[in-house]
Design a binder for this molecule. Structure first.
Ligand code: PLP
Length: 375
């Protein structure tokens, strides 16, 4: 059996060894509840405050602006209801993750008005639409990098035109992969998930700019200064913080390496598979993302073929793998539905090798040809 080749790093990543080591002591040695009123809890309290400081540093924020939560879905839900009033007006991009879209639908049912920001064929949001509508809105939500195409959105441009409304960006795919500076972006809320940058699953954080009015999403014991109740997951926070340190320490190298791998792979895939097209801008894109459509085949069949060769890639995104809906992102980009049906997402990271991409290109070429001959 061929060794596993994992190229679905936008879905999740392998927990890095450094994070595993950082987590170990908090499993069964320093297991106190952070809220404990005894010195045994100090180690956990220190961990939390140090992690807050280190993470704040990576995005140029203040430690007091970082709140730990359970990951991307929670952060998106928190952001969509950060404004307590029911009749709020929101501008939200059409290509957001379902965690944002479904939360908006709930807000709409409560009385909110949402205007959906369109994107162009390169997957960039329409800045003119935002400019025209920002004046009378309470919250704008545009993701920093799209989870399907990897296209990086012009958030700092939106930051300049947002006027008085709150600007939220879902940075789940971007954090740990490209540099982020909240003051340059001029965002008020930014959320992150650790398992997308080699940290543990079920942990993340949300940056909320000082002074932003906050309607807490989870109520209870008042942890995280009342913004997010629930006993802090010290084990996962230790892992997330270490994974963030590793990602930021090695970021320049990883960006260059992943970009090189991605470009070699794209060149081969386009050359060897007639009618193949890359979706989304190549100029402003996460380094490891390849979103590619193969005319005349079903991506479902190609993924099964690759799986038979022990290769992991995905259809449009991990969640649409479960529902088998046509990608709302590619539809918003007005890509032909037949092409959407033949689209796969390959997401590389620093652990992939040239040898692996060469092998995967061979298997894709073979698979596409077999599937085309069958139809
Ligand atoms: N936002 C984006 C852009 C994502 O890609 C994902 C996960 O794929 C999420 C939110 C949800 O994150 P989590 O898996 O941590 O709940």
């Amino acid at each position: 059996m061929q060794k596993l080749i994992y190229m679905d790093n936008a879905a999740t990543t392998r927990l890095c060894d450094e994070a595993v080591s950082a987590m170990m002591p908090f499993m069964n040695k320093y297991y106190a509840n952070v809220g404990g009123a005894y010195s045994f809890a100090n180690q956990c309290e220190n961990l939390l405050e140090q992690a807050r400081e280190k993470i704040a540093y990576t995005i140029n924020a203040k430690p007091s602006e970082i709140y730990f939560n359970s990951g991307g879905t929670e952060g998106d839900n928190q952001a969509m209801c950060i404004i307590g009033k029911n009749n709020k007006r929101m501008l939200v991009s059409e290509i957001e993750h379902h965690a944002v879209i479904k939360s908006c639908e709930r807000e709409i049912a409560k009385g909110a008005k949402v205007k959906w920001i369109p994107v162009d064929s390169n997957c960039f949001v329409d800045l003119n639409y935002i400019k025209k509508n920002a004046g009378n809105c309470d919250l704008i939500s545009v993701m920093l990098a799209n989870n399907e195409t990897g296209v990086i959105q012009p958030i700092s441009e939106i930051g300049k035109i947002k006027q008085n409304c709150i600007l939220h960006t879902d940075a789940v795919q971007a954090y740990g992969h490209i540099p982020i500076d909240v003051s340059k972006l001029n965002v008020d809320i930014l959320n992150v998930s650790a398992h997308k940058f080699c940290g543990p699953k079920g942990i993340g954080f949300i940056y909320i700019k000082e002074g932003t009015p906050i309607n807490p999403f989870m109520l209870g014991g008042g942890q995280e200064r009342g913004v997010r109740s629930g006993t802090q997951n010290t084990i996962a926070i230790a892992g997330m913080c270490q994974a963030a340190i590793e990602a930021y320490k090695n970021m320049n190298y990883r960006i260059q390496y992943e970009t090189k791998l991605r470009n070699i792979m794209i060149n081969r895939l386009l050359k060897e598979n007639k009618g193949a097209v890359i979706n989304g801008s190549m100029d402003n894109r996460l380094p490891g993302n390849i979103n590619i459509s193969f005319e005349g085949i079903s991506s479902k069949a190609l993924i099964v073929y690759l799986d038979d060769h022990n290769i992991c890639v995905s259809r449009a995104s991990a969640c649409s793998n479960l529902t088998y809906e046509l990608s709302h992102v590619l539809k918003a980009m007005k890509i032909d539905e037949d092409l959407i049906r033949g689209t796969i997402r390959i997401t590389l990271n620093h652990e992939n090798t040239v040898k692996e991409i060469m092998h995967v290109c061979d298997v894709i070429k073979e698979g596409v040809s077999i599937l085309r001959n069958m139809s």
